[in-house]
Write a protein that binds this ligand. Sequence first.
Ligand code: ADP
Ligand code: MG
Length: 449
Amino acid sequence: MTEMKARLTDQAWQNWFEPVKPTSLEGGVLNIAVPNKITKEWIEQHYKETVQDIILQITGDSMDLNLQIVPVAIKAGAGTGSGSTGQNTSVIPPRNRASNDPYEDIRLNERYVFETFVEGPHNRFAKVASKAVGESPGDTSFNPLLIYGGSGLGKTHLLQAIGNNVRNKFPDKNIIYVSSEKFMMDFISSLQNNRSRDFNAKYRNCDILLVDDIQFLQSKEGTQEQFFHIFNELYQARKQIVITADRTPKEMKGVEERLISRFLSGLMVDIQPPDLETRIAILKKKAFDEDLKIPDDVISFIANNIKKNVRELESATIKIFAYSSLTHMDIDINLAKKVIKDILGVKQSTTISIDHIMKSVAKKYRISENEIIGKSRQKIIALSRQITMYFARELSGDSLKSIGLRLGGRDHSTVIHACGTVSDKMKNDDGFKREMDTLRNQIELNTFE
Ligand code: ADP
Ligand code: MG
């Protein structure tokens, strides 16, 4: 860590590494606890290699890094379950990580609570029903509660909020939070290991069963059968069951009729895509919670462009923050435009042309493109030429020969030499390295337009 500090600016150190803690080392993998998603993504994208480099220097071993989000002050909760459906924000206690034991589960993510769930007309009913269930599990007529809606609209958040609420209010209640995929894996592995008894005991003894993404059980007859029995037992014992799905039960193909009619016997609530006001409210809340200052016009610009998916709204705030701290650009509409392009995947082309790189470099160093192509040996021009070659090699996908040709009919060995010079300079000069990192981003993000 000391070594890392020496390699970074104070600002970068404080932003990213101060709150980070190595937790354990298992089979060549170093587990590191980070406080939130932003830090995790940022370190993974920008510092992973440096960290690995340092570890290699110190220990002589190369190691993989595994960053785990561990919010400060996690409670040792009774909540169990798995987020195998792409919940990269699940809180995985370090000691559980390397285990393949299907009986060990992932805890509830404590970020997913009702307080952080912004209410709007699109989700109001779902939230009210979920809250009622979280307050009096098994004691409402909402059993089972089925929450359905498109991807990224907050189903998992609500489901876990129910679990978190129950855990806080009734610490003795046994909660199982599980994706249907995980349920199936548990089931299959119990068959393989002759642990059916454990499997049954585990699920039948719970007070509240939260099953995420039930649509996954489509066409898995054996697992459905098992689920059906567990469902009935829990239901008869007045235990609470909450299920999420990305479609209505009627739209689920390959799910047995009797199971569907069970789902329909309780309350079904849907979540629709949020309206504009709610999208703005969600963005403001996310920015506030993560301590990001995003101007109002940028917020409303994002909200006007990302319409269908809250996960994408969230990802926009994270990216904007990340880009602006890397490129030191102000958070403004231009930056937001680029981020949104990125998220919605409407980038015109994924390859970056030599011309675009040359233009960017020329703008950055305030020289003309003709000077880059020309013969001048003036220091800044020669260096700009080499930098153009370097990024052309890195980003354009063109051959050394065509890069040389485009840059004033130079020979491929000149290009190789230029790339070597630039990369050496980056290794030896931190300031230059940072300048190049910024430039690379500017080229990629097209901020010189
Ligand atoms: P789903 O399970 O429906 O695909 P998630 O529950 O995983 O969606 O939600 C995606 C992300 O969006 C999560 O990080 C969640 O916290 C956030 N989110 C969704 N709806 C809201 C909301 N109404 N208020 C705050 N955050 C939300
Ligand atoms: Mg989900």
